[in-house]
Ligand binder design. Structure first.
Ligand code: FE2
Length: 437
């Protein structure tokens, strides 16, 4: 074999109950997962009872804006409105080279964090489709080490942007989106709550779902990213998904209005989403900071109803959404930070709920992207992350170091374990923040 990772604890394992396993890798595939694998390999890694997880997957990101922090100025108020204004100021100055360079740098950070698959929305509102070209170039360049999936995203509205430009043709926004798909974007995006009226929003959902059905594509819309409890485009998205037989291929991103919806209405909505196989992508870091801004006190949490959707059998992932861009000044491609915030905001502190938070940045997100060969099992791609933690809950608690990141059987990143040296009389010389028993 080419590589064996010995004494690994898997995400499905329970400490002190399940025996660690050895993971045998040949070429770019996992060929064996069993205790005490009787084989030799060119290279061995001793996991020493630590967690080996499949790679992190970010189901919702904006790579065309990332790492633009400070360009042309910082978001001084930290609000959504100033962020949108800032993006508008930046857009005319974007160049393809700068977009590519920033995205490649972000992908470096991602790999270092064991984040090996990202679904990025790319703004198609600009008729030049500069960002689409740039991110297609990035997708090609990072393909050996990171799966980048691109969503054609009409940030300025599908119908709203149609006649916004002087001389704009009817459905100009849709033309841009279709061209982006022809160029190679993978997924159909949308933003129904940003159209001029509720009716236009519903119409945009219908048009986009019909287009996706015709082309055999997945759908992922920014949907109801608002505190308005009457923003209910997710209902239309579920209905169109069901009508067109798109089950399992559609996701609603953000869905923050659900936080403020009437409980009885939600009790009808969640079964509709389940019936249509519509997945949900919450973005806890961004929405806890951007939503509820017009509230005084009590202030609403800006996150959709994650535990309730999971209980209803709906697939839910957590996305990073933004890192150092006009809307969010923080972040470092760390999906454990995302899971950590999601867990807290949703009060997912039960044992199963904490594990579900880890799934929301790994396997649940992989299902939404439709990744092939994802997981730690024979036949899967040899992609995994060795974390300095004993289980998924500990990984979230510690935002654990990625001791080794493996892509297609090759170690592509290593990080040192987090240790602190102490100089205290009668106390240990070092701490690693793990329970010593
Ligand atoms: Fe977003």
């Amino acid at each position: 074999m080419d590589l064996i990772i010995r004494r690994a604890v898997l995400t499905t394992h329970i400490a002190h109950r399940d025996e660690p396993v050895d993971i045998g890798i040949d070429g770019d595939r996992i060929v064996a997962v069993e205790p005490r694998l009787a084989a030799a390999a060119r290279e061995e890694i001793d996991a020493a009872g630590l967690l080996v997880a499949p790679p992190f997957v970010d189901a919702h990101f904006h790579m065309d804006a990332t790492l633009s922090y400070g360009l042309p100025r910082v978001n001084a108020s930290g609000t959504l409105l100033e962020g949108i204004a800032l993006w508008g100021e930046l857009k005319p100055h974007l160049t393809q080279d700068a977009l590519v360079e920033r995205a490649l740098q972000y992908c470096d950070w991602a790999v270092a964090r064991g984040l090996l698959a990202i679904r990025s929305h790319v703004d198609v509102s600009d008729a030049r489709l500069l960002a689409v070209e740039a991110l297609l170039e990035v997708k090609r360049r990072v393909a050996p080490y990171l799966d980048l999936q691109l969503v054609a995203f009409p940030q300025d509205g599908l119908l709203r942007s149609a006649d916004a430009r002087p001389g704009g043709r009817p459905l100009g926004g849709f033309d841009n989106l279709k061209r982006a798909i022809e160029m190679g974007a993978d997924v159909v995006g949308g933003i129904p709550h940003f159209e001029r009226t509720m009716a236009d929003g519903a119409e945009s959902v219908r048009l986009l779902c019909e287009f996706a059905a015709e082309k055999g594509l997945r759908v992922d819309m920014h949907c109801d990213e608002s505190d308005d409890p009457m923003s209910r485009h997710i209902e239309t998205l579920a209905a169109q998904t069901h009508r067109l037989g798109l089950h399992g291929r559609v996701a609603g991103s953000h869905l923050t209005s659900m936080h403020s919806m009437d409980n009885y209405y939600v009790s009808k909505l969640l079964p509709l989403m389940r019936e249509a196989g519509v997945a949900a992508i919450a973005n806890p870091l961004i929405n806890i900071t951007l939503q509820g801004r017009s509230d005084t006190y009590p202030k609403r949490r800006g996150m959709t109803r994650v535990p309730e959707m999971l209980a209803a059998g709906i697939n839910v992932a957590f996305g990073h959404d933004c890192v150092m861009d006009p809307w969010y000044s923080l972040g470092s491609a760390d999906m454990l930070e995302v899971a950590h915030m999601g867990l807290h905001v949703a009060q997912m502190t039960g044992v199963d709920a904490m594990r579900a938070s880890f799934d929301a940045v790994t396997v649940n997100a992989a299902t939404i992207l439709g990744l092939e060969g994802y997981g730690i099992a024979p036949g899967c791609y040899a992609d995994c992350v060795l974390l300095d933690a004993r289980d998924p809950i500990d990984a979230i608690r510690l935002r654990a170091a990625r001791l080794a990141v493996v892509r297609r059987g090759r170690v592509v990143a290593r990080s040192p374990a987090a240790r602190a040296a102490l100089s205290l009389e009668g106390r240990p010389a070092e701490v690693d923040f793990k329970l010593s028993r």
